[in-house]
Design a protein around this ligand. Structure first.
Ligand code: F6R
Length: 592
């Protein structure tokens, strides 16, 4: 993962790079560093930990250089340490590289360089790039990069500067994201768009196999053979205000509250003529929904809807598993890649693999111009706006909106179903009004070390999502399970110390779920029920009862997930944890 940024122009580069790194910190935060060209020399500063450690270390240092690169790291090769922090340099300290992704053949390259007498200072794969470029340099940075790039295998993006050519940054994209920000007398490079939005909204999204040569005066793009490539400059519609906290303590809480808007904007965006589906789902023999993490849970909900409204058999697969399995895929299949970032490498590879097998591919992504967006045959956008909190919230419910829309397209009652969907934002608004009660409840669960989440049918994926939210931000172990499966194993875990969150809206499986609640109570489990307002029967069976407004069965996942997001948020926040940047995680997972 990792975040990279570069600036060259008329301003002092350091504050712009640090600002950009703060906005990229969600991609990783094990260490951070910058390289600046100061009066013709290369200066490198780095620190272990978050960007603020680097900023503290830079206070009072009078750097004025107008060209530089920066990096925030999520460790893959080499533990988080000062030696392994980026930027990495060649032996003479004349070339500095920041890198995101993995160079798979780095050990082979490292051995070759060591045989030539090069000494390494880190355990990273990145350092080989700096040494290779220094070795290939004959007076032109672009030529040196082009000479090296075909030797690197894997999925990566990197940026390089040299004291020999102040004012120039060369960037490479091969599998990991990299965008160019186009300014007036200044230009930027970054892993993604929000990093540079305060400075420019004019962006070029690079494609795999491209090298970009950036100076204050211009941006030139080439393929790996050095042939010029012409790219379009796109005006980004987001503005930075939507990426600030707007008075909320954390981005995650702000984003939970943004759900009515995210769902509403997604429905409106999809309904607009420009995003009409070019096919009928019923044309396909089978539909495969492929995703990771929270997006996979959205897929699990989507499967129920697609099968109900279209009758087409639908499977949901983890991208990382699908890619290396022998699942037969062919031209009769529709493969839907669901991804907030549009950059998750497993999902991207899985969708590409399916396309090569002849399947038609559809992306459901939040980031316009992301790899999965560009590489799929069609795209449905979730219009959730930038999501900064590492834990996905508003993009999950926006994905649900997109999948519901997909499932009802072409249905004889699609108009009626769509008008039901349009009521969801107001219902989610109502569900959010119970936040204070959830905050109060959360106080009693701060010391628990395990949670079980149960649900059936449409509430089963929500139980999985509730458990994922809790574990990723509070570090409390939580397991999601189909309620009916509990008696086949997890019931053994239940005693008076085990909170059991049961998602039980009044749907077709309500009575069955209530029987499972009884089974938990009989074993003295502490039941936290999520159900419809006014459901006294459920309320009486639970130690805590978290209400949601009543809704038609199909729409309940939009509502039942809200109290679970809030419960996880308040527990983690009360524990004093870093809710927006939980340990070991990163927002965009561009490694396998
Ligand atoms: C959990 C979370 C992750 C992502 C997963 C896929 O809160 O955010 O599990 O859902 O990494 O990411 P995308 O949707 O960008 O492909």
């Amino acid at each position: 993962m990792c975040g990279i940024i570069g600036y060259t122009g008329k301003e002092a580069a350091l504050p712009l790079i640090l600002g950009g790194l703060e906005r990229l910190e969600y991609r990783g935060y094990d260490s951070a560093g910058v390289a600046l060209i100061e009066n013709g020399s290369l200066v490198v500063e780095k620190r272990v930990g978050k960007i603020r450690e680097l900023v503290k270390n830079l206070w009072g240092k009078p750097y004025r250089g107008r060209t530089g690169i920066g990096h925030t790291r999520w460790a893959t090769h080499g533990e988080p340490s000062l030696e392994n922090a980026h930027p990495h340099t060649d032996e003479r300290g004349e070339f500095a590289v920041v890198h995101n992704g993995i160079v798979e053949n780095y050990l082979e390259l490292r051995r070759e360089l060591e045989d030539r007498g090069v000494s390494f200072r880190s355990d990273t794969d990145t350092e080989v790039i700096a040494h290779l470029i220094a070795g290939a340099y004959e007076g032109d940075l672009l030529s040196a990069v082009l000479a090296v790039v075909n030797r690197l295998r894997g999925a990566f993006a990197f940026a390089v500067v040299t004291s020999k050519e102040p004012g120039r940054i060369v960037g490479v994209k091969q599998g990991s994201p990299l965008v160019v920000g186009v300014g007036e007398g200044e230009n930027f490079l970054a892993s993604d768009i929000p990093a540079i939005l305060p400075y420019t909204r004019r962006v070029i999204t690079l494609s795999d196999g491209e090298v970009v040569d950036v100076t204050p005066e211009g941006v030139n793009i080439y393929d790996f053979n050095g042939n010029p490539v012409t790219k379009e400059v796109v005006l980004v519609p987001w503005d930075i205000i939507s990426a600030e906290k707007a008075g909320f303590k954390h981005f995650m809480l702000k984003e939970i509250y943004e759900q009515p808007k995210a769902i509403g904007d997604t429905i409106r965006g999809l309904v607009s003529a420009g995003e009409a589906l070019p096919f009928d789902l019923r044309e396909f023999r089978r539909i495969l929904l492929i995703a990771c993490g929270t997006s996979y849970h959205a897929g699990l909900v989507g499967k129920f809807w697609i099968e109900k409204f279209t009758g087409v058999p639908t499977e949901v697969l983890y991208a990382s598993e699908f890619r290396y399995a022998d699942t037969p895929v062919n031209e009769d299949d529709l493969v839907v890649g669901i991804s907030q970032s549009g950059e998750t490498i497993d999902t991207k590879f899985a969708v590409n693999f399916a396309r090569e097998k002849g399947a038609r591919t559809l992306a459901v992504v939040n980031v316009v111009g992301s790899s999965i967006d560009r590489e799929s045959d069609y795209t449905l956008y979730t219009h959730a706006g930038p999501e900064i909190g590492v834990a996905a919230t508003k993009t999950f419910t926006a994905q649900l909106a997109a999948l519901y829309y997909l499932s009802i397209s072409g249905h004889p009652q699609s108009e009626t179903l769509l008008s039901e969907l349009m009521k969801v934002p107001a219902l989610v608004e109502e569900a959010l009004e119970r936040a204070e009660e959830i905050e109060r409840v959360s106080q009693d669960y701060l010391r628990c070390r395990n949670f079980l989440y149960l649900g059936r049918y449409l509430s089963y994926p929500i139980a999985l999502e509730g458990a994922l939210k809790l574990k990723e931000i509070s570090y409390i172990h939580a397991e999601g399970y189909p309620a009916g499966e509990m008696k086949h194993g997890p019931i053994a875990l239940i005693d008076e110390s085990m909170p059991v969150v049961v998602v039980a809206p009044q749907d077709r499986v309500y009575e069955k779920t209530l029987s499972n609640v009884e089974e938990v109570r009989t074993r003295k489990g502490r039941v936290i029920g999520v159900g419809f307002e006014g459901d006294d029967r459920l309320a009486k069976m639970c130690r805590e009862f978290l209400e949601i407004p009543p809704a038609p069965e199909d729409l309940t996942p939009f509502l039942t997930v809200v109290p679970l997001q809030l419960l996880a948020y308040y527990i983690a926040s009360k524990l004093g944890l870093d809710v927006d940047q939980p340990r070991n995680l990163a927002k965009t997972v561009t490694v396998e």
